[in-house]
Ligand binder design. Sequence first.
Ligand SMILES: C[S@@+](CC[C@H](N)C(=O)[O-])C[C@H]1O[C@@H](n2cnc3c(N)ncnc32)[C@H](O)[C@@H]1O
Length: 240
Amino acid sequence: MSDIAATDPAILAEQVAYYRKRAGEYDEWWLRTGRYDHGAELNAAWNADVNEVESALRAWLDVRKPRDAVELACGTGLFTRWVAPRVGHLLALDASPEVQAINRARVDSANVEYALVDLFDWQPQVRYDLVFMSFWLSHVPDDRFDEFWRRVRAALKHGGAAYVIDSGWDMTSTAKNHARPDRAAGVAERKLNDGSEYRIVKVFHEPGGLARRLRALGFASRVVHTPRYFIHGAVELAAC
Ligand SMILES: C[S@@+](CC[C@H](N)C(=O)[O-])C[C@H]1O[C@@H](n2cnc3c(N)ncnc32)[C@H](O)[C@@H]1O
């Protein structure tokens, strides 16, 4: 039996509510504006890491050329805009109609299909060349990690790959008025611009530990850390 405590389902519901309400202010985090503006030096470090992550993804997609892709937790489209032009068809999943509306307007591409899905209930019906997820894995509680990756495995065609982008452990990544998360608990408190407060799941993965956990589930991880803020890279089915 696992010694990892089961996450309170109320936190998973709060996580959905938080992102639905945050939709219109979500991009402030990526663009380092408002409460996410940490000053010129840290913003420059952030933007350098953004550039590394986006360039690596585009280069990987250009070599790999996936035909059928699914994006888990597509959000406002910060990455959908890079994936969509480089795949044949993209199914973009999220639990929030508010973020999907922003995504649709931003990406505006006929090869992207959107569906509202609670990813904790997601049962892939078809297989893909690519399962893409940016800033989603950290919202999967530890006690659901193995089950989540079994679903990713079930969603991949032979020779297919997942691609993961997510947060490294750095307090200057988030808003200046967010409390330091309890890293061991895997839960963080978040605020919106109106001061309302939410609890979300936030599990910070390191490339080494992630690779070990994924190896046990039959994956080979090529995930690396940028100098400061992100982890990113492909996760492939390990050769039998
Ligand atoms: C940190 S955002 C990442 C968005 C986007 N991938 C990006 O890179 O900006 C997390 C996303 O997960 C979505 N989400 C949260 N809980 C979910 C759930 N149970 N099922 C599906 N999507 C969920 C939110 O609506 C939000 O768009």
